[in-house]
Design a binder for this molecule. Structure first.
Ligand code: SF4
Ligand code: F3S
Length: 112
């Protein structure tokens, strides 16, 4: 199994998660992060760190799409291990529905 990031992260990108991951397996897109499914050791420490509940174990039902998105973009985006400032308008996107269709960007983030 692995943990996956879902669309609650999109345009929120708080990055609290990257500071706690013992194996540094978060990867950064322009407006969300993903977890590399082959690197995650399923420790679970990132899940409660996310203020918008964007991280889930893939054993929960309905996460197939997110597993696929995490797997695809973890191999395309740069690694991120250090928290930066979230987007200035992050709060405005908390809990908004349909964020993947509206805002998902395949472009890479900065990484570190
Ligand atoms: Fe990293 Fe553990 Fe979260 Fe996997 S579950 S992404 S290893 S902190
Ligand atoms: Fe995203 Fe939550 Fe991490 S918003 S960047 S998964 S702390």
């Amino acid at each position: 199994m692995t943990y996956v990031v879902n669309d609650n992260c999109i345009r929120c990108k708080f990055m609290d998660c990257v500071e706690v991951c013992p194996v540094d397996c978060f990867y950064e897109g322009e407006n969300m992060l993903v977890i590399h499914p082959d690197e995650c050791i399923d420790c679970g420490v990132c899940e409660p760190e996310c203020p918008v509940d964007a991280i889930k174990p893939d054993t929960e039902p309905g996460l197939e799409k997110w597993l696929q998105v995490n797997a695809e973009y973890a191999s395309k985006w740069p690694n991120i291990t250090v928290k930066r400032d979230p987007p200035p308008d992050a709060k405005a996107f908390e809990g908004k529905p349909g964020k993947f269709d509206l805002y998902f960007s395949p472009e890479p983030g900065e990484g570190d």
